[in-house]
Ligand binder design. Structure first.
Ligand code: C2E
Ligand code: MG
Ligand code: MG
Ligand code: MG
Length: 288
């Protein structure tokens, strides 16, 4: 709907926009005290190493079940938590919980935790991470923190310093959603990452778009040359998995292999894999 304003200007009035702002405001209010009330929980999504067909790692994914709004997607509530600062205590809780869960997994298995840009800019990040490790008894090597590339641009020096400090205490770092932001290849040499996570948008396209095959192939080769591992996210079909095997991607994650699941199910999966298969540890049979 357009309204005529004073001097012949036309103002667009969008009721939909008001609704969005109102929902955001209500969610922000509902988020106050949500952590203390136990409304958050974590799911874990396995990440499989292709060479050994084994579970290499699990990514911790945050869930919020609000009594008022029901389940709210992290895509919706994390930006709000970043805006009002609640992501700092919530993120610290995520890290604690994830490290505690991982400390019960086989000794080769690592846990990946998403880190918000707001957390990356907090003064005492390394101290907070070190505490979560100490409290859980999880060795630092078994934790990797995922950061999306858009984060890094705001303040390059500070991002490099924060990531370097994490590496210095033996925590690994992963560049998440690689290829979606304003990525320049030079970032790969500027920022200290041990792993590159190839964004789902490239994986989705693998079956039908030869250009995507070329891109994924190139990312994997480049990462290898720079001494980084690669994980492809969002693998949904056997054809995509096949293609990723051919490109020698190190690891894969997606609904085809396993959905995000409660900690108890992950533990059961590890236990099952340990007794079932040939190689010691966590071998599992992948489709395809
Ligand atoms: P992300 O880190 O890129 O996580 C991968 C997302 O893809 C997850 O969505 C996961 O459930 C979904 N996914 C996994 N496999 C497939 C697949 O085969 N197909 C499709 N369509 N999706 C798949 P989720 O859990 O909704 O999380 C969305 C985003 O929210 C995450 O993207 C991450 O950026 C953020 N997030 C989640 N948990 C946390 C957290 O604890 N802290 C922070 N700062 N961000 C988080
Ligand atoms: Mg992630
Ligand atoms: Mg991702
Ligand atoms: Mg993604």
């Amino acid at each position: 709907r357009a309204k005529e304003s004073g001097r012949g200007q036309v103002l667009f009035y969008e009721p939909v926009m008001d609704e969005k702002i109102e929902r955001r405001r209500q969610l922000a209010a509902a988020m106050n005290g949500a952590l203390e009330r136990g409304e958050f929980h974590l799911l874990f999504q396995p990440i499989f190493r292709l060479a050994q067909n084994s579970i290499a790692s699990c990514e911790a994914l945050l869930r919020w079940h609000s009594p008022q709004f029901g389940p709210v997607s992290p895509a919706e509530f994390i930006p709000i938590a970043e805006e009002n600062g609640l992501i700092v205590p919530i993120g610290a809780w995520v890290l604690e919980q994830a490290c505690q869960a991982a400390s019960t997994w086989p000794s080769g298995a690592t846990v990946a935790v998403n880190l918000s840009p707001v957390q990356l800019r907090t003064e005492n990040l390394t101290v907070m991470v070190a505490r979560a490790l100490k409290d859980s008894g999880l060795p630092a090597k078994r934790l990797t923190l995922e950061v999306t590339e858009t984060v890094l641009l705001d303040d390059v020096e500070r991002s490099v310093a924060a990531l370097t400090a994490l590496n210095a205490i033996d925590v690994c770092t992963t560049l998440d959603d690689f290829g979606t932001g304003y990525s320049s290849l030079s970032y790969l040499t500027q920022f200290p990452f041990q792993t590159l996570k190839i964004d789902r948008s490239f994986v989705m396209d693998l079956e039908h778009n030869p250009a995507s095959i070329a891109i994924v192939q190139t990312i994997v080769e480049l990462a290898a040359k720079l001494g980084m591992r690669t994980v492809a996210e969002g693998v949904e079909t056997p054809a995509q998995l096949d293609q990723l095997r051919r490109t020698r991607c190190d690891a894969v994650q997606g609904y085809l292999l396993a959905k995000p699941m409660p900690a108890a199910e992950v533990a059961a999966l590890f236990a099952e894999a340990a007794i079932g298969e040939r190689s010691p540890g966590q071998a599992v049979r992948l489709p395809g």
